[in-house]
Design a binder for this molecule. Structure first.
Ligand code: ADP
Ligand code: MG
Length: 247
């Protein structure tokens, strides 16, 4: 098997916290442009997997290969630079800035002058902001302070702040938590659009949402892969019903 045919190849990944293996010999592989959803009971190790991929937590052993690079040896900012974007569970937008400004400061070339906000709004930035704002359903709210957005809109804005950096892999931890049914549906639509240009790794509990978006589903339990395949496959897997869906 040529591992570099995958966008991401996680192999034998393990992390121990004081002897407790939160992630235990985990392996999975993402194809380019795939949407993969990780599901599993609380404490299964899902968030820890994202922490390991983005370099927030160091692996005890195992390998994470991303476009031919070994991420376990890299620092967080190098991993971002390599093309991995990660959204945490709670939205963290700049509440006092407008939607436009939130996207503008997230534009990669803006980073050197971030803080002053005085950098020039050249055409490339303006176009990128407008394109992303359209994708995340906030085109008509560009001048609105982010603090006035609904919870769901803040989640979309934060996704937009990642998108504007053009990551190859986008990782989202429970993106529809706290969203209305209508917002969930729109988010599913959003992810479908995003996956035309990006590979997406999502952690989610809402099985309706998972069914709407997932190409494949990886079920985790006690730090390991319990089951993997299509939503239909994992839904009907007796092991999955026993530890997760049956509750
Ligand atoms: P999930 O996201 O599937 O609910 P987590 O990955 O957050 O699960 O957590 C998996 C297990 O690892 C939990 O038992 C949690 O308490 C433990 N854990 C996660 N991060 C740490 C850490 N930094 N130190 C110690 N234990 C941790
Ligand atoms: Mg979690």
């Amino acid at each position: 098997m040529n591992k570099d045919q995958f966008l991401l190849a996680v192999e034998g990944l393990t992390v121990s916290f004081d002897g407790f293996k939160a992630v235990d010999d985990l392996s999975f592989y993402l194809d380019p442009k795939e949407i993969r959803v990780i599901i599993g009971p609380n404490g299964a190790g899902k968030t820890t997997v994202l922490d390991l991929i983005c370099g927030k937590t160091r692996a005890t052993s195992g390998s994470i290969r991303f476009r031919g690079k070994e991420l376990t040896k890299m620092k967080e900012h190098q991993i971002v630079h390599a093309g991995v974007g990660r959204k945490f569970q709670n939205p963290s937008v700049f509440e006092d800035l407008t939607v436009f400004e939130n996207l503008e400061v997230s534009y990669p070339e803006g980073h050197t002058v971030m803080g002053s906000l005085a950098f020039k709004r050249d055409t490339a930035v303006m176009e990128a902001v407008e394109e992303v704002a359209g994708t995340i359903f906030l085109k008509d709210l560009l001048d609105q302070p982010a603090g006035l957005l609904s919870h769901g809109q803040k989640q979309w804005l934060e996704i937009g702040m990642l998108l504007i950096q053009k990551p190859d892999l986008l990782m989202l931890d429970e993106p529809v938590a706290g969203m209305s049914v209508a917002e969930r549906r729109q988010t599913a639509e959003l992810l479908r659009v995003i996956t035309r240009d990006h590979t997406v790794l999502v952690i989610e509990h809402d099985m309706q949402f998972v069914g709407d978006i997932a190409d494949r589903v990886t079920v985790m339990h006690q730090g390991k892969v319990l089951s993997e395949g299509s939503i239909e496959h994992v839904k009907n897997d007796p092991k999955v019903i026993e530890v997760y869906l049956g509750h």
